[in-house]
Ligand binder design. Structure first.
Ligand SMILES: C[S@@+](CC[C@H](N)C(=O)[O-])C[C@H]1O[C@@H](n2cnc3c(N)ncnc32)[C@H](O)[C@@H]1O
Length: 276
């Protein structure tokens, strides 16, 4: 499954396409900012706005070293590093996301503060208790062994540290319409219900702090995105469609339909590791 997941996300010319988008907004790798890149490098429902509203609940500070699990292009890592002044390490399975993401860090001057590494989040080479906090956006949908994943994250963060999950979770019994942004077919999709997440997090050693269903936020976000695209007469130069490839419009339409019909919903779960 790991190889199929990485090949699902591999584009082949991601950096070139992002560079063209950057030039189309009148910027260069030297002048582009973390905020300019947000429409293309935050690959989850609600983009930067969702990250901001989610991350602010984790109470991060400048002296933290934070782990971004399944960081993709590292958009959320760069946002967190620039907002809080902290160090961020991201890990992701897809080599092209890591190499492209590291170039984007170089462009915006965050090479030292943000390190992106290729690897499987369920079995990393990081030492025990290396991180002060961790977060994961839209990754669990590709990982069937959620107890294994959450146990590994629990091992990597310090006692008392907070971990935030923002994933698409199952809310109904009906089959999803594919392709969706994280999977072309059901074979590489590993959706679970909110209850299954809570159970896996508990078994891994976490206690629940807060749960928030983001269905209404998602509906508003999609309606607003559609309105802006109609106004502009197409996709913007920089957008998540770049990372999704040629089938982006159908994946986005299916996602909107799957949420609207009650099959899935984006949900935040914030947990903490026992203090001792
Ligand atoms: C929808 S993208 C989200 C990326 C990023 N978190 C964001 O919000 O922009 C899902 C990411 O999960 C990564 N992923 C899936 N399975 C993984 C695993 N076992 N270990 C590390 N990363 C994984 C994929 O490579 C992909 O980059």
């Amino acid at each position: 499954m790991k190889d199929s997941v990485a090949s699902h996300y591999t584009n082949g010319r991601l950096l070139d396409r992002i560079l063209s988008g950057v030039e189309a907004i009148g910027k260069t790798p030297e002048s582009v900012t973390v905020d300019d890149l947000a429409p293309v490098d935050e690959f989850h429902i609600g983009g930067r706005q969702a990250s901001e509203e989610f991350i602010d609940q984790l109470e991060l500070s400048a002296n933290n070293h934070v782990l971004d699990v399944g960081c993709g292009l590292g958009g959320t890592s760069r946002f967190v590093a620039s907002r809080f002044g902290c160090r961020v390490t991201g890990i992701d399975l897809t080599p092209e996301f890591i190499s492209t993401g590291q170039s984007l860090c170089d462009w915006v001057g965050l090479t030292e503060q943000v390190k992106l590494t290729q690897g499987d989040a369920t079995a990393t080479a990081f030492s025990d208790e290396s991180f002060d906090a961790a977060f994961m956006l839209h990754v669990g949908m590709n990982i069937a062994n959620k107890i294994g994943l959450f146990s590994e994250i629990c091992r990597l963060i310090k006692p008392g540290a907070v971990f935030g999950v923002y994933d698409v979770m199952l809310t109904g019994d009906e089959e999803l319409t594919y392709p969706v942004p994280w999977s072309t077919t059901p074979d590489t999709s590993a959706l679970a219900t909110q209850e299954q997440y809570i159970d896996a997090l508990g078994q891994a050693g976490f206690a629940i702090i807060k749960i928030r269903d983001r269905r209404d936020f998602a509906a508003e976000f999609f309606a607003e995105t559609r309105r802006r695209m109609e106004e502009a007469g197409g996709s913007p130069p920089l957008g998540v469609h770049i990372a999704m490839g040629d089938s982006a419009p159908v994946k986005i339409n299916n996602m909107v339909e799957n949420i609207a019909s009650g099959r899935v919903s984006p949900v935040e779960i914030i947990v903490s590791k026992a203090a001792h």
